[in-house]
Design a binder for this molecule. Sequence first.
Ligand SMILES: Cc1cc2nc3c(=O)[nH]c(=O)nc-3n(C[C@H](O)[C@H](O)[C@H](O)COP(=O)(O)OP(=O)(O)OC[C@H]3O[C@@H](n4cnc5c(N)ncnc54)[C@H](O)[C@@H]3O)c2cc1C
Length: 435
Amino acid sequence: MPTTAELVEPASDADAAALLRGATLVIPRGLGRSYNNAAQTAGGLVLSTARLNRVIALDPATGLADCEAGTSLEQLMTAGLPHGWFVPVSPGTRQVTIGGAIAADVHGKNHHRAGSFAGHVRQLSLLLPSGELRTVTPEGDPELFWATAGGMGLTGLVTRATVQLTRVGSSLLGVDTVRTADIEETMRVLAEHDATHGYTVAWSDSMATGGSTGRSIVTSGDFVAVGDLPASARDRPFHFDPRPKLAVPDLFPRGLLNRCSIRLANEIWYRKTPKSRHGELQTISQFFHPLDVVSNWNRVYGPGGFRQYQYVLPFGEEAAVRRSFEIISAHPAPSFVTVLKRFGGADPGLLSFPRPGWTLALDFPARTPALLPLLDRLDRLVLEHGGRVYLAKDSHVARSAFEAMYPQVEEFRRIRAVIDPGRVFASDLSRRLSL
Ligand SMILES: Cc1cc2nc3c(=O)[nH]c(=O)nc-3n(C[C@H](O)[C@H](O)[C@H](O)COP(=O)(O)OP(=O)(O)OC[C@H]3O[C@@H](n4cnc5c(N)ncnc54)[C@H](O)[C@@H]3O)c2cc1C
C-alpha cells in the first residue's frame, strides 16, 4: 500500500544528527531496492543516504574499503576492480548501498562459500536514535552489530562502514552451464557445483509441470586468473563497464507479462540453452546483474508492479521444495524470474535471513488473480517445514508466522527497547510485524 513521508538527504553525519533531533518517526533509506516498504514510514521522515556516498579510502594492498553508507556496490566495484578487488557479496543488482546491504544482510551466488554481507564488515558507524554516533565492531559490541546486520534500519542510521573486499584474478568469470530435466536433477547439480564453484545459482522454469517440474538452467562460475584469459582480454583484465545497455520503452504494452507470455519465454530460454557448456567467459554484468543491463526493467510488469517472494527451507526438506514448485506451477499466478540456490552457514544476525538450506526467489505480476491465496499457501508450507521468508522482499507474511520463522525476534525487540525506547526508528514493514 503506498504511503506518504518526508524525504531528507543529509550531506554529513552532523546533518543527519540534526535532522534526528526532535524527530518522532524516522527510517533510513538507501537506493530503495528492497521490494516493499522496509525503507518507507508513513507520516514520518525518510533519511536517505543519497548524499552520503563517498568511498573515503580503499587500501589497494589489503582490500579494506572505508565508505559512507550511501556508496553503492557499483561504486565500490568501480573503485576496487582496477586494483583487483571485488565486493565480497553481491545481490542480483549492484544498485544497492552499503547501508542497505548491511541492514538486509544481503546474500549472493557465493553464499555457500562467503556467507552474507555483514560477515565482511569490519566496523560501522551507527547514528543511534538518541543522536549518539557510535563505532560498532563485531568483536567490540557483538550485540548491537548483529542486531544492526539484518535489522532493516531499526537500530539507527549506518553512516559509514569498513568492508573487506575480495581478491579476484580478473573481471571475467568462467561459467559452466547445465540444463536439468527436473527438480531432483537441479538440486543434485547445485549440490555438486557448490563443491567445485565459488558462485552457483539455478534459474528455474516455474511453470513446468509433471516430470519436468523444477527443470532449470544451473550456472556456476569463478573469476578467471589473468594468465588463463584469452589473449584478446589480457590487456584490460579488470575492465568493468557498468552502464546500462537497454531501456524499457515508456509505452511497453500493459499486461504483456502474463501466463502465456511467461510460459513461452521460459520455453524459449530453456530450449536455447545447451545441455551443458563449460568455461564460457562472462562479464560481471552478464553473470551477476543481468537486470541492471536494462535501466528500468521493472516497467515490464506494468503499472501494477510485481511482488517478490523468497523463502529458505532447511536441508532435509527437499520434498517441500518440490511441493512449492508443484503449487506454483499449478497456480494461475506465473513467476517470471525464479531462482533457486543453496545457502551455506548462517551468521549471528538476529533477523538475518540466510540459514543452511534451499532458497527460492519468485516474482509475480501483482495484478495476477488469486496471488494472495498463493502467498498464504507458500507461507504455510514454509512455516510447517521450518523455513522463513526474507524481510527485504516481504509484503505479506503475518506477524504470528514471522515470529515463528525468526525465533530470535524477542532478543531483537529487547535490544531495540534499550536503544530506542521511544520507537523513533520504524518503517511500514516494522509496524506491520511489530518489530
Ligand atoms: C533486482 C534485484 C535483485 C536483488 N537480488 C538480491 C539478492 O540476490 N540477494 C539479496 O540479499 N537481496 C537482493 N535484493 C534485495 C536488495 O539487495 C536489498 O533489499 C537491499 O537492502 C537494498 O539496498 P538499498 O540500498 O536499496 O536499501 P533500501 O531498499 O533503501 O533499504 C533496505 C533496508 O535497509 C535499511 N537501510 C538502508 N540504508 C541504511 C542505512 N544507511 N542505515 C541503516 N539502515 C539502512 C532501510 O531502512 C530498509 O530497512 C535484490 C533487489 C533487486 C531490486
